[in-house]
Ligand binder design. Sequence first.
Ligand code: SF4
Ligand code: SF4
Length: 174
Amino acid sequence: MLGLAELEKKYKKVEDENWAFRGFLKSLEPEGLDKFVNDMHIELFKNIDCIKCSNCCKKIVPTLNAKDIRRLAKHFNISFDDFASQNVEKSDGEWILKEKSCKFLTESGCSVYDVRPESCREYPYTDKKGFVHRLIGLIEYSGVCPVVYEIFERLKRIYRIEFEDYKKFEWDLF
Ligand code: SF4
Ligand code: SF4
């Protein structure tokens, strides 16, 4: 799998193509897509050390729900309101951690791992159903997470012929 420096370079080259591929997947909604993605998720995450990578903790700002805030406040032995005012802000109607490059990330990984927000546990959502409905976020993640990048590369190979036809007839970027 790609290292992070290589991922950044390669993502720049495929970003437009990934957006085109999003259009293709949305228009086709291929049968069995979730299963392909879920199987790749299992295979690829076996071969990567998330603690060593931690790129999502540096580049993606996690969202928090009330339960997350309550759990984290309890962990730090402070009130819900104190934790929220120190660490959380509202963005587009959602609570998010204030700082990008998460303040809870340490050299040895997440310092609040057992009580981390649900969105951190779920990231990058490639083991869930509904891949096709999460594509806007996932395209962004393909430039952050080597697993998501690889999933998109493999899907583009799987649907290569259909995607070429789509680009020829429906996507004027190419
Ligand atoms: S809370 Fe932990 S898992 Fe979530 S972004 Fe911060 S360091 Fe990463
Ligand atoms: S970016 Fe992907 S591979 Fe890296 S830590 Fe996050 S989930 Fe794991």
